[in-house]
Write a protein that binds this ligand. Structure first.
Ligand code: RFL
Ligand code: PHB
Length: 392
């Protein structure tokens, strides 16, 4: 089997890249380890920057998103008993779209199916080869049959635990990492959201986040210890703890109900450098992870896709293979800014077993950033998303 671009992973990165390439006539094959149902069952991000919204439109998959996405002009930060609205629209002229990663993935899967372009789900033993010596190919097993996919380029869109990054010789890659001493316990429920906009809360008992998927579906998170087990959190215990952490006037509006999903995610910052190894490109979570506090994970995956898509177009349609040489440098500049913001939002809003000095510094940061226009603008412009950089 032969294609121009072999894409490993059918998460949002792989599907979006595949769709964009397909639309401009670049042949590609997607290999995914899981079933489509498994991929759709993962409840993850919920906030889309305008860059991702635009890319969904460019990929021709925005009809459902344009109809059902909720445009948010601001969000609330609550700490020390007070609420501060970050008016993104007034401060930056931009807003974000609340639309779940599950829906983004479903829309992209439907488009892939309609296009007839190949995706191999339940592909086992996927392994990239030859990307450092100009003979890229991917081997895998499908329905018990060993297969080889010859290609010009390999896009490693296979997430943090994928095979692509692990296939790079150790001496060629450098990792930067920070692991946080807590996780997020998430709950999804068919209850109306507590507020029209997202509310991020710092409380001495820990961080809490009130988010949503639609006017009738809410998503809530609680900072929890890494030793916690989901089965120890009954719905009642979750709702009681959430209400305790929220400012009183907001807590009074909480509508509770049975959970549809509950899970714990560890928090991590991680970057692999570089993101290009010969003919192999790492994209999205395969190359970097952010703690979810800044809502940047999915959005960073999207900006990588944008850069790689334009560079591959240049290389395969216009004979500009030189553009691919800039992929890593362009992506990493934006990645590190999102890493910085996600780390900073995490330190601003979580409760650490800190020394009293650290706690006072956190309070001063909370006061400073919410009491000056400059501080609020800094938060807003990072939250709505820094600009994408084109490859020229
Ligand atoms: P994904 O979504 O992990 O998709 C990778 C795909 O590759 C497949 N795969 C393989 N396929 C073939 N062979 C192999 N050897 C393979 N190994 C893996 C996987 O099955 C999967 O389908 O990466 P992608 O596409 O780069 O997308 C990135 C986003 O999913 C990610 O950044 C965000 O979801 C991160 N994230 C969150 N981001 C936010 O902005 N807000 C959030 O609230 C938020 N919550 C989360 C999250 C990530 C989580 N993870 C990774 C555990 C909550 C969780 C639990
Ligand atoms: C979500 O709705 O899942 C969500 C929203 C904002 C975040 C993280 C997660 O910062």
């Amino acid at each position: 089997m032969k294609t121009q671009v072999a894409i490993i992973g059918a998460g949002p990165s792989g599907l979006l890249l595949g769709q964009l390439l397909h639309r401009c006539g670049i042949d590609n094959v997607i290999l995914e380890r899981q079933t489509p149902q498994y991929v759709l069952g993962r409840i993850r991000a919920g906030v889309l920057e305008h860059g991702l919204v635009n890319l969904m439109r460019e990929a021709g998959v925005s009809a459902h998103m344009d109809e059902h996405g909720l445009e948010h002009d601001g969000f609330t930060l609550a700490f020390q008993g007070r609420c501060h609205r970050v008016d993104m629209k007034a401060l930056t002229g931009k807003s974000v779209l609340v639309y779940g990663q599950t829906e983004v993935t479903r829309d992209l899967m439907a488009a892939r199916q309609a296009s007839g372009a190949p995706v191999y789900y339940e592909a086992a033993d996927v392994q990239p080869h030859g990307f450092l010596d100009g003979k890229p190919r991917v081997t895998f097993t499908h329905q018990g049959k060993p297969m080889t996919l010859e290609c010009d380029y390999i896009a490693g869109c296979d997430g943090f635990h994928g095979v692509s990054r692990k296939s790079v010789p150790q001496e060629r890659i450098r990792h930067f990492e920070r692991v946080y001493p807590f996780g997020w316990l998430g709950l999804l429920s068919d209850t109306p959201p507590i507020e029209d906009e997202l509310v991020y809360v710092n409380n001495p008992r820990g961080f809490a986040l009130c988010s949503m998927r639609s006017p009738t579906r809410s998503r809530y998170y609680l900072q929890c210890s890494l030793a916690e087990q989901v089965q120890d959190w009954s719905d009642d215990r979750f709702w009681t703890e959430l209400a305790t952490r929220l400012p009183e006037d907001i807590a009074g509006k909480l509508v509770t109900g049975p959970s549809i999903e509950k899970s714990i995610a560890p928090l991590r910052s991680f970057v692999a450098e570089p993101m290009k190894f010969g003919n192999l490109f790492l994209v999205g979570d395969a190359a970097h992870i952010v703690p979810p506090t800044g809502a940047k994970g999915l959005n960073l995956a999207s900006s990588d896709v944008y850069t790689l898509y334009h560079a591959l177009r240049g290389a395969l349609l216009d004979g500009r293979a030189d553009l691919l040489e800039r992929y890593s440098e362009i992506c990493l500049r934006r990645v590190w800014k999102a890493e910085r913001f996600s780390w900073w939002m995490t330190t601003l809003l979580h409760t650490f077993d800190d020394d009293p000095f650290g706690r006072r510094i956190q309070r001063a940061e909370q006061d400073y950033y919410t009491s000056t226009r400059a501080g609020l603008t800094t938060i807003a412009e990072n939250y709505v998303g820094l600009p994408y950089e084109a490859v020229i």
